[in-house]
Design a protein around this ligand. Structure first.
Ligand SMILES: Cc1cc2nc3c(=O)[nH]c(=O)nc-3n(C[C@H](O)[C@H](O)[C@H](O)COP(=O)(O)O)c2cc1C
Length: 232
């Protein structure tokens, strides 16, 4: 195999062949009338999210959160969207301040978030600064969670190497005992964050590749939003 054959996806690789054979957005997708879009991105996001839920998109809250790694290399992972401040342009998620992403956000409080809702071929991209909510907000959010979610949160040590599954089982059993004794317990690192978007792009895919892209940017001084279409 030559080097150019390796790069080209139609080359001999199984994965490349599988991807080439699998259609991408070859289906009827909704139209998006960008001219009729609301003044702010929060409102449009809320409408698209409701449409995604109605269309049966699985886990529509899943958003990829990209942060700046402590080594300067981008890092990304999926988090669950918890709320949106529709008027202010804030996207809310929860994570441990002691996790890699939490440490990265403490070092550089900026992030990008992206989601893709395949049933409608819709992508939303956000960029902006990240702010941690007051501790009482994080505590209230944690206490509303299911017992299983709270046990997982109390185990802590997220993303550290796991030497054995028995080690995890013991920590989970200990967290269960703690939760039974202290139902209001909150792990110290549990944090609710908001990404305050400066830019939000709505991308409506089209089978004919005439994608519609609408970008909102916060106007200077933070008063309102400017809107513009982007070349697909
Ligand atoms: C659908 C989905 C939802 C997730 N939601 C969260 C979340 O809300 N908060 C979180 O910290 N991790 C969440 N995770 C796990 C993260 O993707 C990641 O594995 C974990 O937070 C460790 O990331 P880090 O090492 O970069 O800190 C979720 C993963 C998936 C696939």
């Amino acid at each position: 195999m030559t080097e150019s054959e390796w790069w080209w996806p139609a080359g001999p690789g199984e994965v490349g062949r599988l991807l080439v054979r699998t259609p991408l957005m070859a289906r009827e997708l909704p139209a998006f009338d960008a001219a009729a879009a609301p003044d702010g991105p929060g409102e449009l996001f809320a409408a698209w999210l409701a449409a995604a839920v109605a269309a049966g998109v699985l886990d529509p809250h899943a958003m990829t959160l990209a942060t700046v790694g402590l080594d300067g290399v981008p890092d990304a992972r999926v988090v669950a969207l918890r709320n949106v401040d529709e008027a202010g342009g804030g996207w809310v998620f929860a994570a441990s301040a002691d996790s890699p992403k939490g440490r990265q956000l403490a070092n550089r409080a900026v992030a990008a978030m992206t989601c893709y809702w395949p049933a409608q071929g819709r992508q939303v991209r956000l960029r902006g600064r990240v702010e941690a909510a007051p501790a009482e907000v994080a505590a209230a959010e944690f206490r509303k969670r299911s017992p299983r979610s709270r046990v997982a949160g109390l185990v802590a040590r997220q993303s550290e190497p796991l030497e054995s599954t028995a080690g995890y089982e013991a920590a989970a059993a200990e967290a269960e005992r703690r939760l039974a004794a202290e139902p209001d317990a909150v792990p110290p690192g549990h944090t609710v964050y908001a990404l305050w978007a400066d830019e939000v792009e709505f991308w409506q895919g089209d089978a004919g590749r005439r994608h519609v892209r609408l970008r909102y940017r916060r106007a200077a001084g933070g008063a309102g939003w400017r809107r513009e279409l982007l070349w697909p």
